[in-house]
Structures are given as C-alpha cells and as structure tokens.
Design a protein around this ligand. Structure first.
Ligand SMILES: Nc1nc2c(c(=O)[nH]1)N[C@H]1C(S)=C(S)[C@@H](COP(=O)(O)O)O[C@H]1N2
Ligand SMILES: [Mo]
Length: 379
C-alpha cells in the first residue's frame, strides 16, 4: 500500500510535463495517465495513507531488522551463488525500506535538508526496495514450494493435529530477552502511538492538535486564513511591494491579456470547497472563491489544453507548475482571490493563487503572476 500510493503520487505530480518535481528519472519512468480531479479528495487520501502508514510501520521495520540482523552480518558473506543472491536481495529490501523511511521522515520534519533531490532519491529508493522484494520472493517461493511438496499432506495434517492437541507450552525466555508475544505487543503499541500522533494532520477540527509529528501539519488560530502554510511569503522571498496595486496577472493564449485584481473581481466568481493536500501528508479543506481557470483561458482565446502557471516567486522548484487539460477545464479549478469569505492572506498567496480539485498541494501555485494557455506544455 505504501509503495503503490508512493508511485501514484509520482504520477500525480505530472512528470509528463517536465515539472521541476519529480526530476527526470530516466528509464524508470512509469506509464503516465491524467491524474483525476474527481473526487477532489483523491490526493488527500493517497498522501494521507502514504505518510501515515509509512510512519506507522517504523516499529515493525525496526523489529524485522532486529530479527534479520544475524543474516545480514553473517560471515563469510556467501557460501554459494544462490546464497549470495539471497543476501543481496535481503540487503536491497532492508536498505531500501530504511532509506525510504529516513528520507521521508526527514523531508517532513525539516525543510529540504538533503544535498540531493528528495523526490528523485525517494523514487529510486522505492525501486531498490521493489527489486529486492521481488528477488526475495522469487528466491523463497521455489524453496517453500519444494518443502511443501516433499512433505505429504497427510503428514502435515497429522503434525497440525498433534500440535493442536498438545498442552500449551509455557514460554520460556532467557533472562533479558523478550517473548514473541511481548515483542508483538511492543511493535503494535509503538505503531498505534505513531498513528495517533500522525493522523490528525489529515483531519480538520480538534484532532489537528494531536498531529505532534508534523511541524507543518498544524494550524495556529481560528481565523479564515489560519490554516496550514507550506511556505510563508517571507520564506519564498516575495516582496510585499510586488503584491500591491501594481500587481497584474498576465494571460497568454491566442491573445495576451493583462488583468489587475479589480478586473478579476469584476469577472464571474465561483466558490468551491476544496482540499489542499501536501506531499508531506498534511491536508485541510477550505472554501475558495475566485475566477474559473477555464474562463481565463477563454479570455486568452483558448478552448482546450494544458496550462503553465508562474509565480512572483523568483526561481526555486515551486515557482512554476503545469496543469493538465482535465485540471485546467474542471469547473471547480480556480484562480482564487478569497478563502472562507476573506481576502487571501499574503502567506496563502495574495493577490491570487491556483486551487484545483485533486491536485497535489505543491502545484496550487501561490502569488500567481502569469498563466500560459498556449499549450507549450502539450508539445
Ligand atoms: N509560489 C509558491 N506556491 C506554492 C508553494 C511555494 O512554495 N511557492 N508551496 C506549495 C505547497 S508545497 C503547498 S502544500 C501549498 C500549500 O498552500 P498553503 O501554504 O496556502 O497552505 O502551496 C503550494 N504553492
Ligand atoms: Mo506541499
């Protein structure tokens, strides 16, 4: 489930458009399809599952690591080619999982601490795990099959009956060690605790405050603009002067149109209740009002196709994003001017930001300055 939602998230990022994230992954590219806009919470669910489960399995992974440790440190490294292969697959499996957990958790807790690109590394890490897992299964299944075939069914059944009839054996443990049941309880309660501390990030309401493991998964007040902020205007280097009266949004299509905020406010307004769902797992649903993207495309003389949105933000991976045609033309896809009935705060993207159903949070560009409907991205 964690692997599948991870690969789906990769697809949701629209790699076919050559977005800044995910980076180019060469021949490991997956077949691409248009990420759906219905239901609007689809990415919220995907990423909530991915991150919550990814955190919850940590105790399980550590316990498993503990139990296979002797196999990993065995010496000599291999007595036969078959055994070498088995150990290599185990190493890829364990190493892959640990790498994914460490990079994933660090990415959530801190802002981009790596010397390498998180998204690409996390993606490659997943494939190391998948390859290790498949190789491990391919090696183990024939062994299991052979063992099963060598033991006649009648014998297996007899053994089972004997075991069932036998007196329960008192579990005896060496001092300082832990029983099987104790270990299971420890892993389960550790996972349960992590679930409780994580799940609040995807649920609006009082539970939000229990999301202790997510520094950016919390909100800080009850006002219309007091929900999570991924990157503040200051952090993104937005000059407040550029968002004032001189701000314009430039649309390009078959014609070029330049609008100020008043012109946008004079257009037909549309309201939609839509989530923002970050790749980091946190999400929140708010009520947005603004101009439909498809109306803006119409103004620019365009009647279909993808669009590229640019921000006032200078440089950086989030300064620009491409939206697929199904995302541009959805009736709830907006260039939002207000949220919950109030003018957008600077941190939420004032003067205008994109909000699209089902879209990963990162592509809901804030501080929009240009929208290109010419379909450059399609080619
Ligand atoms: N220009 C710009 N837009 C941006 C970002 C950014 O850093 N710069 N962050 C994105 C990310 S990663 C998320 S999850 C959402 C969060 O929106 P919010 O801060 O209004 O909650 O904004 C997106 N839009
Ligand atoms: Mo995000």
């Amino acid at each position: 489930m964690i692997t599948v939602t991870g690969l789906l998230s990769y697809t949701a990022y629209g790699p076919q458009f050559g977005q800044a994230r995910p980076g180019d992954v060469g021949w490991l590219r997956l077949p691409q399809f248009d990420w759906p806009t219905d239901p609007a919470w689809i990415y919220r669910l995907n990423q909530g599952l991915h991150v919550t489960l990814g955190i919850v399995v940590i105790p399980l992974v550590l316990a498993k690591l503990w139990s296979v440790m002797p196999k990993l440190v065995q010496w000599p490294p291999a007595r036969s080619p078959a055994q070498a292969l088995e150990r290599l697959s185990l190493l890829m499996l364990v190493g892959g999982v640990l790498f994914e957990i460490v990079t994933g958790v660090l990415n959530i807790q801190y802002d981009y601490v790596f010397g390498f690109d998180f998204y690409t590394a996390h993606y490659f890490g997943a494939w190391v795990f998948i390859a290790g897992f498949l190789a491990h299964v391919a090696i183990k299944v024939p062994v299991m099959w052979r063992t099963l075939r060598q033991t006649p069914l009648s014998e297996v059944l007899r053994e089972r009956n004997d075991a069932a009839g036998a007196e329960p054996v008192q579990e005896k443990n060496a001092p300082g060690s832990i029983s099987r049941r104790g270990a299971l309880a420890l892993v389960a309660s550790g996972g349960g605790l992590l679930a409780v501390l994580t799940i609040g990030q995807t649920i609006d309401g009082p539970l939000r405050s229990t999301a202790l493991l997510l520094p950016r998964g919390r909100s800080y007040g009850d006002g219309p603009n007091d929900f999570q902020v991924n990157r503040t205007a200051v952090a993104a280097g937005i000059d407040p002067a550029s968002t004032g009266g001189s701000w314009r949004v430039e649309l390009s299509g078959t014609t070029r149109v330049v609008l100020d905020r008043a012109a946008l406010e004079a257009m037909e307004q549309h309201t939609a209740v839509l989530p923002i769902a970050c790749v980091e797992g946190w999400s929140t649903t708010q009520e947005w009002t603004g101009v439909r993207l498809r109306d803006l495309a119409g103004l620019a003389g365009v009647s279909d196709g993808a669009a590229t949105v640019a921000s006032l933000e200078q440089g950086g991976a989030f300064a620009q994003a491409t939206l697929a045609a199904n995302q541009v033309w959805h009736p709830d896809s907006l260039l939002a001017l207000t949220v919950n009935g109030e003018v957008l705060s600077l941190d939420h993207g004032y003067p205008a930001r994109v909000i699209v159903p089902g879209l990963p949070g990162v592509h809901n560009t804030k501080w929009v300055s240009r929208i290109d409907f010419t379909g450059e991205a399609d080619r």
